[in-house]
Design a protein around this ligand. Structure first.
Ligand code: DOR
Ligand code: ZN
Length: 465
């Protein structure tokens, strides 16, 4: 078979193994991995990857693109450009849009937008709030459903009507409805009743600071998360519906996930960059609203890292959640009025590569959590590894290059990152999707509209061990 493109001389990391080898590509798919130097001399194009890591592109299944409806924050093109620069080759968008993606019709519209505007491959997780929309959504090739157990108090975003559900009866009905599709149900765990009680105590004391907000979410050492995850695991077990837990980040809930997996339950979980890299109390006091989302005390952060490494947490996702400086700055005096969430799609993979350099995790585990596992769990048999016949979604990384993150380099529309000023070792040099360059030497070269929908090919398998 003709080799159209060969990536030679690099260190290939995939499916638990690393080796010096050449990667051969034709027609946008992998055709083989061969001994270094054995690339046929008539190969069309050759990329010299000496000294570089050659890894499958990151599959980020938790991304807030903000389009349609919130495009002053971000849009599909800017979000997917930031993805390409960060070594992310497939994104799954989230439904907290305007209109919220809660019907077959709105799902079709948003998929058309990605088709016209995305630089990287994509899918979209619609909100599972209407039982009669569930089967029709699956027919459009989605890979998962999403719901938030959050009801925002006093602000219209980021949890708009149509995307939230916290009544346990409604949740049970939704798990029952999704189960026959075989697709995972992604749930943002949260206990609104407990949140309401705790936050009102801070408000009564006149405290609406970022610190009060952080402590509310972390009350009683993670009660808001632990109670919700206990309920979700039990309902998922009862209904046989695959459950995907976003924001796994407390020690007790991680232990519950571990036990559920040991019982053979179909449950997967993700950790997000802000727990792994932005979780200290110092970050809360110095970055305030810019560091929140959520805060958990350090021992939970350690438990999250351990679980990411031992396999209890299956994957790392960015939960890229861009908001403008204005929307953040109100939080210095009233954190409950600020839009919470932290951008990260451009930096999560480099931050993880840096963690490999410091010995925190192995490069093989990093590839598992950023690419192999999300492809397997969400049924993307055509992606997430270098097996012959899979899409040639490839990222070249210089593991030794030191560089400093700055706001100036942010491709996301908001123009800021909570990581500005951090020096990392390890940089994404080049990103290819289906054998084509989308990012190279500091520039996004992929065109809006290049991205294609990544539909699940296989039903999700149990990741239980
Ligand atoms: O803080 C958050 N921000 N939590 C979410 O669940 C959504 C996210 C967003 O979209 O900004
Ligand atoms: Zn999110």
């Amino acid at each position: 078979m003709t080799v159209e493109l060969a990536i030679t001389g690099g260190r290939i990391v995939d499916q638990g193994q690393s080796r010096d080898a050449d990667l051969l590509i034709s027609d946008g798919v992998i055709i083989g991995v061969t001994e270094p130097g054995s690339t046929p001399s008539d190969a069309g194009n050759v990329i010299d990857a000496a000294g570089q890591l050659v890894i499958p592109g990151m599959i980020d299944t938790h991304v807030h693109t903000r389009e349609p409806g919130w495009t002053h924050k971000e849009d599909i093109t800017t979000c997917s450009q930031a993805a390409a620069a960060g070594g992310v080759t497939t994104i799954f968008g989230m439904p907290n849009l305007r209109p919220p993606t809660a019907t077959v019709e709105t799902l079709r519209e948003v998929l058309d937008l990605y088709d016209a505007k995305s630089v990287v491959d994509y899918n979209h997780n619609p909100a599972a709030s209407n039982p009669d929309q569930i089967a029709g959504m699956a027919e459009l090739g989605i890979a998962a459903y999403k719901i938030y157990m959050v009801v925002d108090t006093g602000r219209e975003y980021p949890h708009p009507a149509g995307t939230g559900m916290h009544d346990h009866g409604h949740l049970l009905e939704m798990f029952e409805t999704i189960a026959p599709t075989g697709l995972p149900f992604m749930v943002h765990p949260h206990d609104q009743g407990i949140m309401d009680l705790i936050e009102q105590r801070y408000w009564a004391a006149g405290d609406r600071s970022p610190e009060a907000y952080a402590k509310t979410l972390a009350a009683y050492d993670g009660l808001i998360w632990d109670t919700a995850i206990g309920v979700l695991l039990r309902i998922a077990e009862a209904t046989g519906c695959p459950l995907h837990i976003v924001h796994a980040q407390t020690s007790r809930s991680i232990e519950m996930i571990r036990q559920a997996k040991n019982r053979g339950q179909q449950v997967s979980a993700e950790a997000n960059h802000w727990t792994l890299f932005l979780g200290s109390w110092d970050d809360v006091t110095t970055l305030g609203p810019y560091a929140l989302s959520y805060w958990v005390p350090d021992h939970h952060k350690e438990a999250t890292w351990e679980a990411l490494i031992d396999g209890t947490i299956d994957m790392a996702n960015s939960d890229h959640a861009p908001h403008t400086r204005e929307e953040k700055d109100v939080g210095w005096t009233d954190m409950w009025a600020a839009h919470t969430g932290t951008p990260g799609i451009q930096y999560q993979l480099p931050l993880l590569v840096d963690s490999v350099g410091t010995g925190r995790m192995s490069i093989e585990r990093m590839v598992e959590v950023t690419s192999n596992a999300p492809a397997r769990i969400f049924g993307l048999g055509q992606k997430g590894c270098f097996a012959p016949g899979t899409d040639a979604d490839v990222v070249l990384v210089d593991p030794d290059l030191e560089w400093t993150i700055t706001d100036d380099d942010v491709l996301s529309k908001i123009g800021w990152t909570p990581y500005a000023g951090r020096t990392l070792r390890g940089k994404v040099l080049r990103t290819l999707i289906r054998g084509e360059d989308v990012y190279r030497d500091g520039t996004v070269v992929g065109a809006p509209g290049f991205g294609k929908q990544a539909r699940p090919m296989t039903r999700p398998e149990s990741d239980a061990r």
